[in-house]
Ligand binder design. Structure first.
Ligand code: CP
Ligand code: NVA
Length: 311
């Protein structure tokens, strides 16, 4: 049994398969062709934080695969009344085939997984957001395919500029860079840096740090950012607004990136904070495809965790 708790829980070969499979699944979806590989399977979704994209993409995706979903939140389950996570894992995993969890500490999802009879997927923790990076890479491959047609060839050697918080998204980009062979140019305000140990990477060679966000964007194939204040850190909102004021992706930053550079944002976005409206609503932005691709990529992931590689 395989869990997907961090990006590095899959190998490069598995990502090669998943990205190809996501494209196949998306094509069938667009052609209104049935694809019921998970008929009679049930996904439990546990949300301890808010969500729009993750909820809709997993729920719609599972129905499209012929399965069904159970949606739980801290407020409407015993999870919010201090039932031990281990007990919840034992019970929920006896009744469902797959579990997706969005929560706070990574250790919480790890404890759940350790007591689960079924695969567990990380739908965002304080430390990581692997499903989002899977979708982002799928979007990159889709928009900038390699001549060979191989998904991993479209990713290898690329430069991704990360402008903003050294958060769950930044950590996951670093894991992806180390595993798939690209470089992250990272610029965060002082005090919000990434660290190799928190990111769970073995060396610092997959990323370069820049004090000035403009320098991080120079020559990048993809420029990406995220909110200044992630869920769970709301108490720091005011301090962060001051600290992050210069970490706003604007047209000047996009102008020093590659001429055909893409802009991505996991969303939700705050125009005028981490990105200008001109950039996120501009021609280089692929944020709507990126959001939609959560569903196609996660359908490939759910199918893979339950059935392994198919044709
Ligand atoms: N990007 C993302 O995970 O969005 P939601 O918080 O809406 O799920
Ligand atoms: N870093 C953000 C991502 C939201 C999808 C957060 O954790 O709130």
């Amino acid at each position: 049994m395989k869990h997907y708790l961090q990006f590095k829980d899959c190998t490069a070969d598995e990502y090669g398969y998943l990205l190809g499979r996501a494209a196949f699944i998306k094509k069938k979806f667009k052609a209104y062709e049935k694809h019921h590989t998970l008929a009679d399977r049930t996904l439990a979704m546990i949300f301890e934080k808010a969500s729009t994209r993750t909820r809709v993409s997993f729920e719609a995706g599972m129905y499209q695969l012929g399965g069904s979903v159970v949606h739980l939140t801290t407020g409407d389950s015993q999870l919010g009344r201090a039932e031990p996570i281990e007990d919840s894992a034992k019970v929920i995993s006896r009744m469902t085939d797959l579990v997706m969890i969005r929560t706070y500490e990574q250790t919480k999802i790890e404890r759940f997984a350790a007591h689960s009879r079924v695969p567990v997927i990380n739908g965002l923790t304080n430390e990581f957001h692997p499903c989002q990076i899977l979708a982002d890479l799928f979007t990159l491959v889709e928009h900038r395919p390699a001549a060979s047609g191989a998904p991993l060839d479209a990713i290898q050697g690329k430069v991704v500029a990360w402008v903003g918080d050294g958060n769950n998204m930044a950590n996951t980009w670093l894991q992806a860079a180390e595993l798939l062979g690209f470089t992250v140019h990272i610029s965060t305000p002082r005090g919000y840096e990434v660290s190799a140990s928190t990111a769970g990477i073995s060396s610092t060679s997959c990323y370069k740090v820049f004090d000035n966000p403009l320098d991080a964007c120079r020559g990048a194939h993809l420029v990406t950012t995220d909110v200044w204040t992630s869920m769970g850190y709301e108490a720091e909102n005011e301090v962060r607004r001051t600290a992050f004021a210069d970490w706003c992706v604007n047209t000047e930053m996009m102008a020093v990136a590659q001429p055909d550079a893409l802009f991505m944002h996991c969303l939700p976005a705050h125009r005028g904070e981490e990105v200008t409206a001109e950039v996120i609503d501009g021609p280089q932005s692929v944020v709507w495809d990126e959001a939609e691709n959560r569903m196609h990529a996660q359908k490939a992931l759910m199918e893979y965790l339950l059935l392994g590689q198919l044709a």
